[in-house]
Design a protein around this ligand. Structure first.
Ligand code: C2O
Ligand code: CU
Ligand code: CU
Length: 473
């Protein structure tokens, strides 16, 4: 992309962001002013998404924070990127941080090699890197997540603010009821408060106590009464688990990480672990009003560790993270009955076991381990054959939950502690609770090469809970 369009994007983005922060406001019942939610979007045109992303430290005006964050193009979160299946993606990443970085396209089914979704690239301070890959023609529609992935600095950079949503359009978006819904992307991120006492530290996974939705504190989401609202949620946090419920409404889950479910699933609340995404439909009350989107507490530290649990912010209290405010009315739209078929994966050719825990690593002190070992760049931990279906037992013998993530290909959960999983869904982050064994299946489709699996509590990943996966043709 040429300099001109890059500058246009920067200017457009900054304008959109400040419109959100300084422009229209709603006066909530309690009398505080909350911003109307904003979300700068960059769409592909003529089959290509082209943009520059500048990673830098920026001044931000988010109430309660220290006023500085790591951003892409000065925006927190980074712009929403939107493509169609089959499109080319060409991104120039410019590193203006004081440490190496790179980019990962979390959840996308693309090559992990060359200058595609290659997390082994190291972009030094002051340097740039061009990324170029094609979204396959048959790529499922869904919500994905770009973020830095340079081992050793991932958690600092994500906790510092870097990350953004990436939408792939397709079949799911064309289901008439889904198409009729008003769509909002909600990028969830917790930021450290200006003077935040004890963030728990890297062992527990750092959580910030300022909860933001699209970089805003309790923004207002405007939508007509009686209408269908499609909330598309990304957990862009370093370690925080979000557990969302909407006052007076049920949520209807229509998509997980890897795209559509077969039918909507009614849920009371939605648990979203770091790196996970979900789409929910909400039938907004025809009488209208103001409804709080609440984040409920969740204990990700086991009962055996009550002392530690108190240090984890998300295990305390309940907070409003956004407010839905109706504005006008619209004719009600029914929920879709059917979404898209999901093919269950066939019998695996082999089974493997991944045991997650922390422990002492020789010469390294306390580390997070998979099968007893901390991450080593040089070592291939898991060698698989392209095309194979495998079953993996994810075993958590530790005292905290670990969300297990794998690159390139999504997984289907088969069972949890031997209990068959009823929901057939594509996931790329699977929660494995303390003491739990989760059995998943995956197929290594289309792309060979080296990539990784890891805990998506990114502090744990940086502290060793990652392995190298080699897919051989
Ligand atoms: Cu979202 Cu390997 O990461
Ligand atoms: Cu990923
Ligand atoms: Cu972990």
């Amino acid at each position: 992309m040429k300099r001109r369009s890059f500058l246009a994007l920067m200017a457009g983005g900054a304008a959109a962001a400040s419109a959100g922060l300084l422009g229209q406001h709603w006066l909530s019942r309690a009398g505080q002013v909350s911003p109307v939610m904003s979300q700068p979007v960059v769409r592909s045109s003529q089959g290509a998404l082209m943009l520059d992303l500048v990673a830098q430290e920026t001044r931000v005006t988010i109430p309660g924070t220290a006023g500085r964050a790591l951003t892409y193009n000065g925006l927190l979160p980074g712009p929403v990127l939107e493509v169609n299946a089959g499109d080319d993606v060409k991104i120039q990443l410019h590193n203006r941080l004081n440490q190496p970085t790179n980019l990962h396209y979390h959840g996308l089914h693309v090559s992990p090699e060359g200058n595609a979704d290659n997390v082994f690239l190291s972009v030094q301070p002051g340097a740039s890197q061009s990324y170029s890959f094609q979204i396959p023609d048959d790529h499922p529609a869904g919500l994905f997540y770009y973020h830095p992935h340079h081992h050793g600095t991932v958690s600092d950079q994500v906790f510092g603010g870097l990350g953004g949503a990436l939408i792939v359009r397709g079949e799911l978006d064309q289901i008439p009821e889904v198409q009729a819904a008003q769509e909002k992307v909600l990028f969830l991120k917790d930021l450290p408060a200006d003077r935040q006492p004890g963030m728990g530290g890297a062992m527990l996974g750092r959580e910030g106590s300022v909860l933001t939705v699209n970089g805003q504190v309790n923004p207002t989401i405007e939508t007509p009464a009686g209408g269908l609202l499609r909330l598309r949620l990304v957990n862009g946090s370093n370690a925080r688990f979000w557990r969302l419920a909407l006052e007076g409404h049920r949520l209807h889950l229509i998509a997980t990480d890897g795209g559509a479910l077969e039918q909507p699933l009614a849920i009371q609340d939605l648990l979203l672990v770091p790196g996970a995404r979900a789409d929910v439909l909400v039938q907004i009350s025809p009488t209208g009003g103001q409804f709080r989107l609440r984040n409920r507490s969740y204990n990700r530290v086991g009962r055996r560790m009550m002392g530690m649990r108190r240090m984890v912010a998300s295990s305390q209290g309940e907070e409003t993270i956004a407010t839905i405010q109706t504005h006008g009315t619209t004719t009600p739209v029914a929920l879709p009955r059917e979404l898209l078929p999901i093919q269950p994966l066939n019998n695996p050719v082999r089974t493997r076991r991944f045991v997650m825990n922390h422990g002492m690593a020789p010469g390294m002190g306390m580390m997070f381990l998979i099968n007893g070992q901390p991450y080593d760049h040089q070592r291939i931990d898991t060698r698989v054959r392209l095309g194979d279906i495998e079953e993996w037992d994810l075993v958590n013998t530790g005292v905290m939950d670990h969300p297990f993530h794998v690159h390139v290909n999504p997984m289907q959960v088969i069972s949890r502690n031997g209990e068959p999983e009823r929901l057939l869904a594509w996931r790329d982050v699977v929660l494995v609770r303390a003491g739990e064994t989760v059995r998943v299946r995956t197929q290594f489709r289309d792309f060979s090469g080296r990539s990784v699996y890891h805990c998506h509590i990114l502090d744990h990943e940086d502290l060793g809970m990652m392995g190298n996966l080699l897919i051989e043709a």
